[in-house]
Design a protein around this ligand. Structure first.
Ligand code: NI
Ligand code: MN
Length: 229
């Protein structure tokens, strides 16, 4: 059994079958969704989809606290190394790697490339999505921040659980997320990247209605139990 903890916005913790703790897009400090602070977070691996503060702000501190391996695009990892993070794993879009807990592939995302942080002025990168293969029924796609893309068609049949942004303004809107679901055909969809700030406010129950029978929409509330898969 793998468990998925949602900390709001785009931040997740996965505990895999073998007990590995994976954090995706660590945004704890100043995240209105969660009371959990970055110093309380345990991690073996930290994956970042891109360098914007709401996906990356706590990555370096958590990596240093825990000794976790920070995984991101080559440029993002290069910046983390420049800040003293010792354990890193650079990847890039289209590539995958067999980690001890499962395979992870970096997928296309269309969004901004700035890296947030002290001394990060010289670093930009392409944003990415992440496709985790944790075993049968446990293929999890975290789309990162992205527009609807035709590339999502390539994920058809490869995803069980899709974490899809639908907040609009910075990423897909609910209608575009529905088209993404039609492209990908996941069993379960967890909406992300909404309600954190006024300009991404959405009605998730209306989103559930919009999705209809295309997929099961799981609305995971931060701090109210884990999603098991
Ligand atoms: Ni972003
Ligand atoms: Mn974002």
């Amino acid at each position: 059994m793998a468990t998925l903890d949602y900390y709001g916005h785009s931040t997740f913790g996965i505990t895999t079958d073998d007990g590995t703790r994976v954090i995706i897009d660590p945004f704890f400090e100043d995240n209105p969704w969660t009371e959990v602070g970055p110093s309380e977070v345990e991690a073996d691996f930290i994956f970042c989809t891109h360098g914007h503060f709401d996906h990356f702000v706590d990555a370096i501190a958590i990596a240093k606290n825990t000794g976790a391996t920070l995984v991101g695009t080559f440029e993002l990892v290069e910046y983390a190394q420049s800040q003293g993070v010792e354990n890193t794993h650079p990847m890039h879009i289209g590539g995958g790697w067999n980690f001890p807990f499962g395979r992870v592939k970096m997928t296309v995302a269309i969004h901004g490339g700035r890296v947030y942080g002290e001394g990060a002025e010289g670093f930009t990168t392409n944003p990415a999505g992440l496709l985790f293969d944790l075993g049968p029924g446990k293929r999890l796609y975290h789309a990162g921040d992205t527009a609807l893309t035709m590339d999502m068609r390539l994920l058809k049949g490869k995803v069980d659980v899709a974490l899809l942004p639908m907040g609009d303004n910075c990423t897909m809107c609910p209608e575009d997320a529905v088209t993404a679901i039609e492209f990908i055909e996941p069993s379960v969809v967890i909406p992300i990247h909404y309600d954190t700030w006024p300009y991404i406010e959405q009605d998730v129950e209306a989103f559930r209605v919009l999705v209809g029978d295309r997929a099961r929409v799981e609305i995971v509330e931060p701090g109210k139990g884990s999603y098991e898969f």
